[in-house]
Design a protein around this ligand. Structure first.
Ligand SMILES: [Zn+2]
Length: 583
């Protein structure tokens, strides 16, 4: 996902905090859910008083309908027919767990959601359905597409979401940032105690009833599945929900080898735009495709061969780099929480715990049916506006999937650990702030190059038509990605590819039609040259060259801007609908 645009924004109170215990006992306040142990437990805390929240006129953005239309509802319902009855029953339990995560994330994102819902119910009846839909997409009254500006009401987004009191003072922020105070935990909520002092409340306690229910459902699913790796993970993660220690179950998640899988818990920290300390609940419930898994295993075996073919100096090649990250291709059965808000994930890489990454690496999971949905709903309509008409029949969902798959595989080849001036170092350390942009551009370009080189070597994976299909689909994909902006690595990487390929004559603008065409043979050659240039800069750890390369190519040219201006009516993303699980 992209850089978090909320980071550094000033928090402003959207609720009136009740600092005095008396106020919380007055009856109208949202009492803390764990008040019994109040006097003795160090984690005693006072929840903010929501009576003051969302006061004033609840203005709705004038262009709400257009904002809603940017997310096209898309049914996700992969076949479960290949699963045995026990696995299907386990899957249904896991969707229930995911739905719990969904509710928890909404509470993490937005303070006083109950009061907000009550105010929405006061709106004119004809506005309510669009408002509720956009609330479900954004998980609050702030627009994730537009820098978290309010689209409903006038309250500024609190940078720390609902992880911290919304009226933190600068002194309190300093206390949190000082790691010695124990307020910076990944799985705690920061509140004040009755005396007004900041306290960290573990998720297992703050969300106690919900996480206990989730743990129970996980154990029930564990009893239903016949798969030993899934059973072990579910039982272990159920314990983690109750003691906030996710390490052991993160380790087991790496070993999952089951048709039914779930990725569930507190993971990413983007929602905490104040510090990036707190993890957001989310869930992906998925099923694997056995045919795809088999093909993937063969692709992985080609990585050392591909490394040796790389268009750069042989001394930079390392066939023993090893593919540190396992890759899984799955279909999404249900998604919830953090990942369900805003733009939908097509691939993720977890866990984030560095101890697990050191021991076992991390796992990349590609959501094939989400990619297919984006291909149909976004990529094809974009291509119909900007890609040469005779190349439109070459667009395929398979090519879009292959692009993403080989992008991820390509992160595992090319320069990683390098030697600069006799020093052992890493590309990441040498290229510093330019690293992500260069690595993403490399992975995109190399992904196409991989497919072409394998096909030229008659490996038998792809038909001859793949050259045309990858070319047209890749071209449309650049416009899709650049639409999200060139402020972060992925957007910059796409602008680099576009401008580089225009410079080489691979992408050709046709002034008469206002469309772009890919010259397929020129593309095949030029994409290899792009891979070679980036890999050489990486292998030499040449920061100055990397900066110059980005400065030259990562720009929005008038041609590119003109094309993007024609795409404003096309949805930005999908909003998944799961009819099997949600009415
Ligand atoms: Zn990448």
């Amino acid at each position: 996902m992209s850089m978090d645009p909320r980071f550094g924004r000033r928090a402003r109170a959207v609720t009136v905090m009740a600092l005095a215990l008396a106020a919380t006992l007055a009856g109208g306040a949202w009492l803390c859910p764990v008040s019994e142990a109040a006097m003795s437990d160090p984690a005693t805390f006072v929840e903010g008083d929501c009576n003051g929240a969302w006061q004033g006129p609840l203005e709705v953005a004038a262009d709400l309908d257009a904002r809603v239309a940017a997310y096209v509802p898309t049914t996700m319902d992969p076949s479960l027919a290949h699963l045995e009855a026990g696995e299907q029953a386990a899957l249904a339990k896991l969707v229930e767990v995911a739905r719990i995560m969904d509710g928890l994330f909404t509470r993490q994102a937005t303070p006083c959601t109950g009061e907000l819902a009550a105010r929405v119910a006061e709106l004119p009846a004809e506005r309510q359905s669009a408002v509720r839909r956009y609330l479900a997409i954004n998980r609050g009254p702030w627009d994730r597409r537009f820098d978290m500006e309010p689209w409903l009401g006038a309250s500024a987004h609190p940078a720390g979401a609902n992880y911290y009191p919304v009226d933190l003072t600068d002194a309190e922020k300093a206390l949190i940032a000082d790691h010695a105070n124990g307020l910076d935990g990944l799985t705690t909520i920061v509140r004040r105690d009755a005396a007004g002092k900041l306290v960290a409340v573990p998720y297992s306690r703050y969300y106690g009833p919900e996480l206990q229910k989730a743990a129970q459902l996980m154990r029930e699913a564990a009893a239903l599945t016949k798969n030993a790796s899934l059973k072990a993970f579910l039982e272990s993660r159920a314990v983690a929900f109750l003691d906030d220690d996710y390490y052991a179950s993160d380790m087991l998640w790496m070993d999952l080898d089951s048709a039914v899988e779930i990725t569930v818990g507190p993971y990413e920290t983007y929602e905490d735009g104040l510090f990036g300390y707190k993890a957001a609940f989310e869930a992906f419930v998925t099923v694997t495709d056995p045919v795809e898994s088999e093909r993937l295993a063969k692709f992985k075996d080609e990585l050392p061969w591909l490394e040796m073919q790389l268009p750069m100096d042989d001394r930079h090649k390392n066939p023993n780099r090893g593919s540190e990250s396992p890759i899984r291709v799955v279909d999404e059965v249900y998604s919830a929480g953090d990942t369900r808000a805003g733009v939908q994930t097509i691939a993720f890489n977890l866990p984030n715990d560095e101890r697990v990454r050191e021991a076992k690496g991390s796992k990349k999971v590609l959501l094939r049916n989400v990619m297919k949905a984006k291909f149909e709903q976004i990529l094809v309509p974009i291509a119909q506006v900007v890609v040469a008409e005779d190349q439109l029949p070459d667009l395929t969902a398979e090519s879009f999937f292959l692009h993403t798959l080989w992008h991820e595989m390509s992160h595992g080849i090319g320069p990683g650990k390098i030697v600069v001036d006799g020093r052992d170092t890493e590309v990441r350390l040498e290229l510093k702030d330019t690293y992500s942009t260069m690595e993403e551009a490399k992975a995109d370009a190399m992904g196409e190059w991989d497919i072409f080189v394998l096909t030229r070597a008659n490996k038998g994976y792809f038909p001859e038509t793949i050259f045309r299909q990858q070319s047209a689909t890749y071209l449309a994909g650049i416009f899709r990605s650049v639409r999200f902006g060139i402020g972060e690595a992925h957007g910059k990487a796409n602008a680099i590819q576009f401008n580089y390929l225009v410079g080489k004559g691979a992408i050709v603008y046709e002034a008469a039609t206002g469309r772009f065409r890919m010259d397929v043979p020129v593309f095949e050659k030029a994409i290899g040259e792009l891979v070679g240039e980036i890999c050489t800069i990486q292998a030499e750890g040449d920061y100055a060259a990397s900066q110059a390369f980005i400065q030259r190519y990562a720009v929005l040219t008038p041609e590119l801007e003109g094309a993007l201006a024609k795409l404003t009516h096309i949805p930005v993303d999908i909003a998944p609908v799961f009819p099997r699980w949600e009415k």
